[in-house]
Each structure stands twice: as structure tokens, then as C-alpha cells.
Design a protein around this ligand. Structure first.
Ligand code: URA
Length: 238
């Protein structure tokens, strides 16, 4: 019984570096540096051990003398329409994806990755710095699936090239998953090079008539209407 209680209490505890990065103060690595530099206190005591755990709901955790508070983490998915920028501001005053969010969310979240001005489909938003970093890391092999409508059918030879990895500006792309239905292609990649899908098809001499992202990792766009967003959970994403 006592053992069970101890296990339950331990579950509420997290490593300090995780607590600090989740509070949005620093990346996990920077948090470790802060701990080693003696800048972190738990209940008034400086801690320098990287393995130290605390419960932010009960313990007073201070970084550089500032008390951390629990931040509520937000995760959103949006169906981005074409002709919207994935930036906060545009000097040319074009519409941005933030114009599609309610004012109270606009300043709190940021997009995870980006979609081109003329690409539509699934865009994720969060205020979770740690998840953003995790997903950006190439080792995570995070899949992104696109529906591409081409000007003409893709030859078998091109499909094989995409599946094997192709040369793009001196670098080789990782093997893609590819499925074709007439001029509509479903392609899954996990790199996030700038304008990658457009450049892959342009290199073959094809024109993209429509580009839509339909999945990121486990999250599917589904029937979310264009321009709308909805709340999801971290578990939906990873
Ligand atoms: N690849 C592109 O070319 N554009 C996007 O918006 C996303 C992936």
C-alpha cells in the first residue's frame, strides 16, 4: 500500500529540466546548463543534480530567482486555405494563418512547421516548445503526407525514383511512400526541406495543380472545413 502510494506520488514528479522547458523558459539543454550553473532552486535550495525531480504543482521551482508556474499546453490543428502565409506578420499585408485564429489564441501559439502560401491543408499549432523541437528533429522521422494533383499522370519510372530517393539540388531525398490515382498522387515524406514537394515534381518537369497536406504523423486532416481549427491533445500528435 505504502509502496503504491510512493509510486503514485513519484508519477507526479518530473525531471527539473523537463519542467523548465515545459514552462517555456529554456530548451531542455539550456535548462540543464542552468541547473549545472546553480541557477535553479527547489523549495529554496539550489540544486545542481541533473536527475533531480520535482512536482511543479507542489514544489516551488525558481529559475534565476523567478518562480515557475504551470503553463497550460495547447495543441491545435487547422485546415489552412491557399493564399494564407504561415507567418505572424507580412510587410505586404497579405493574410496570415493567425488571422484565422481567435484573438486570445493568436499571441499564445505558433505553427509547428509551415506550409507555402499556395499550399492548403493540415497545419498544427502549439505553445509546447519541447514538442516543437522534438518534431523538428530529423531523427524523429515524422511523416507528412500530401495529396498532389498534377498536370499529367506520373510515369512508373518517376514513381520508382520517388520511392528510391531522388537527387534534388545536389542532395538525395529519403525514400518516399507513393501511391497514384490518375493525376492525383499521395506522397509521404519525413524531411521538411523548403518547398520540397513542389521542387521534387518540378525537377521531373511536372506542374502541381493543387497541393494539400493531409496528414502529419498520427494526425489526419479528415473533414475539418477549410479555414477552421480545432483543439487536439498531445497524444493525438505523438
Ligand atoms: N512541400 C512544399 O513544396 N510545399 C509545402 O507547403 C509543403 C511541403
Amino acid at each position: 500500500m505504502v509502496n503504491k502510494l510512493i509510486i503514485a506520488l513519484n508519477l507526479m514528479q518530473e525531471r527539473l529540466q523537463k519542467i523548465i522547458s515545459q514552462a517555456g523558459i529554456a530548451s531542455r539543454r539550456h535548462a540543464e546548463e542552468l541547473i549545472l550553473a546553480g541557477k535553479v532552486k527547489v523549495n529554496g535550495q539550489v540544486v545542481r543534480e541533473l536527475g533531480t525531480k520535482a512536482d511543479i504543482a507542489k514544489d516551488r521551482v525558481e529559475v534565476n530567482g523567478k518562480k515557475l508556474t504551470v503553463k497550460s499546453l495547447i495543441y491545435l490543428m487547422m485546415n489552412k486555405p491557399k493564399r494564407y502565409l504561415t507567418t505572424r506578420n507580412d510587410p505586404r499585408k497579405r493574410k496570415t494563418v493567425f488571422d484565422l485564429l481567435p484573438a486570445d489564441l493568436r499571441s499564445v501559439v505558433w505553427p509547428i512547421g509551415r506550409l507555402d502560401f499556395n499550399t492548403e491543408g493540415l497545419l498544427l499549432f502549439t505553445n509546447d516548445g519541447e514538442l516543437t523541437q522534438d518534431l523538428a528533429h530529423p531523427s524523429k522521422e515524422h511523416e507528412k503526407e500530401y495529396e498532389v494533383v498534377l498536370n499529367k499522370e506520373l510515369s512508373e519510372g518517376r514513381i520508382t525514383k520517388l520511392r528510391e530517393g531522388m537527387e534534388l539540388d545536389g542532395k538525395k531525398t529519403a525514400p518516399a511512400k507513393v501511391r497514384a490515382n490518375g493525376t492525383t498522387i499521395y506522397i509521404t515524406i519525413h524531411e521538411g526541406w523548403n518547398r520540397q514537394v513542389r521542387r521534387m515534381f518540378a525537377a521531373f518537369g511536372y506542374t502541381i495543380r493543387n497541393l494539400k497536406r493531409i496528414r502529419v504523423g498520427k494526425v489526419k486532416l479528415g473533414d475539418l472545413p477549410l479555414g477552421k481549427h480545432k483543439f487536439i491533445t498531445k497524444k493525438d500528435i505523438v
